[in-house]
Design a protein around this ligand. Structure first.
Ligand code: PLP
Length: 423
């Protein structure tokens, strides 16, 4: 363990998690209520309450509670009318659950590069994509790590090109852009209650929309598409995607704590920012004038000049330690040796084997991952800047432990561990 100059740091006895569920006590009462009244099904009061709370919180008319965020995204893509062979613009640097539902419907994702200001879909690359593929009618955008993207620009571009927005607000529940909640900007929007999200039901998700007809379609599709008939009558393909009333009980108990969780996460972010002063790194950025993120995960990115050599193949990583420099691999391996969980940035979709042959659009036009093993810093263009923002952030960035149960003392030690990686 580290003892290069001053004190020795010992590994944590209890693991410090990236982001783990935090229960408060009310959750179990709603679960017991469901149990004792035998509403152990996909109907019940917990579901109704959770739908109403989330819709009014986000500021949309209807919420439909579903089994997970991915199911919500799937039905959102279906509502958007994606048909087999249709091209769909998707965020590139995100979790693959943003993108897979497009493929469930036979759509063909085309990936849009990220920008450096919020790490979300780059409006300039999106505009470029419409020049290349004017026929596209659906755009799926995510708000990474709880930070809203450049919503006004993206909405204006989509409006000009008559495209429908599917908003993946799975990570950003509670975050606002110009005072409005994420999950209210697209035609069909989704949030997630997965175990590591800011509010959890152990699992669960919700589709959000202002359109009553569309909300009703999702209710029908998600409960096997039964027609109004005395028997099981089916005209459309159905899914078993509805949320359980037990899961909804957990979410119902969690929801009043949304802002407590956000303020804890914000303190964690600010503590890292202060703790890293003087290091050649910066925190995941956001538009301070217009946004209030939910700070779901605190992330950092290392200055290009302070990166030691790092190579990543498909499933392995190597680095060469260097004085005064570090890299995500060194920091993550070091954190792990102290029983602390961090995580690489989402590996961009255009770099994933499953999606590597799909089109990928950057500000420069149509790009594609040019090599499998690549060096830190990504591919550098004529102007010395990387042409591929997602690959660059993936190479230099990482997610820091952001668990709201992490103590200040634990976080201070983690900050010290990261600082020593640069010695
Ligand atoms: C978690 C997540 C999802 C999927 O939500 P589940 O509830 O786990 O299905 C989708 N998109 C993003 C960006 C996510 O982080």
């Amino acid at each position: 363990m580290f003892n290069r100059n001053n004190t020795t740091i010992m590994p944590f006895e209890n693991k410090v998690w990236l982001s783990s569920p935090t229960m408060h006590g009310d959750e179990i009462n709603y679960v017991i209520e469901a149990y004792e009244t035998n509403w152990m099904s996909t109907v019940g009061k917990n579901i109704n309450e959770v739908e109403q709370f989330c819709a009014s919180k986000v500021g949309v008319k209807y919420g439909v509670a579903l089994s997970c965020g991915t199911a919500a995204l799937h039905l959102a893509v279906k509502l958007a009318g994606v048909k087999p062979g249709d091209k769909v613009f998707c965020s590139d640097m995100t979790f693959d659950a943003t993108v897979n539902p497009v493929v469930y419907e036979g759509g063909v994702p085309i990936f849009i590069d990220a920008e450096y200001d919020t790490w979300n879909t780059d409006p300039i690359a999106l505009e470029k994509a419409f020049e290349l593929y004017p026929e596209v009618k659906t755009v799926v955008i995510a708000h990474l790590y709880g930070t809203p993207g450049k919503i006004d620009e993206i909405k204006a571009i989509c409006k000009r090109h008559n495209a429908v927005i599917v908003e993946d607000a799975a990570e950003s529940f509670g975050a606002t852009y110009k005072g409005k909640q994420t999950g209210s900007f697209g035609e069909f929007n989704c949030i997630s209650f997965n175990g590591n999200k800011i509010i959890t039901g152990s699992s669960g998700g919700m589709l959000l929309t202002d359109d009553v007809e569309m909300a009703n379609k999702v209710r029908k599709w998600s409960t096997q598409s039964r027609e109004n008939a005395p028997w099981y009558q089916h005209e459309e393909l159905g899914y078993n995607y509805r949320m359980s009333n037990v899961v909804a009980g957990v979410i119902r108990g969690q929801l009043p704590y949304l802002y407590e969780h956000i303020s804890q996460k914000k303190s964690i972010y600010k503590r890292y920012k202060k703790g890293f002063e003087g290091l050649p790194v910066s925190m995941n950025p956001y538009d301070i004038d217009n946004c209030e993120p939910n700070f779901w995960l605190s992330c950092m990115i290392i200055d290009r000049e302070a990166m030691c050599k790092q190579v990543r193949s498909e499933c392995e990583a190597l680095y060469l330690p260097e004085k005064g420099k570090s890299c995500p691999t060194e920091i993550l391996e070091t954190l792990a040796s102290y029983n602390v969980e961090g995580r690489p940035i989402w590996k961009p979709m255009h770099m994933q084997p499953i999606y590597r042959m799909h089109s990928f659009v950057t500000r420069e036009g149509c790009g594609r991952a040019k090599t499998n093993a690549y060096m830190a810093g990504g591919i550098v263009g004529k102007d010395g800047k990387p042409v591929d923002v997602g690959m660059d952030i993936f190479a230099r960035g990482l997610c820091l432990p952001s668990d709201n149960k992490m103590t200040e003392k634990e976080q201070d030690i983690i900050i010290e561990i990261v600082r020593r990686c640069f010695e």
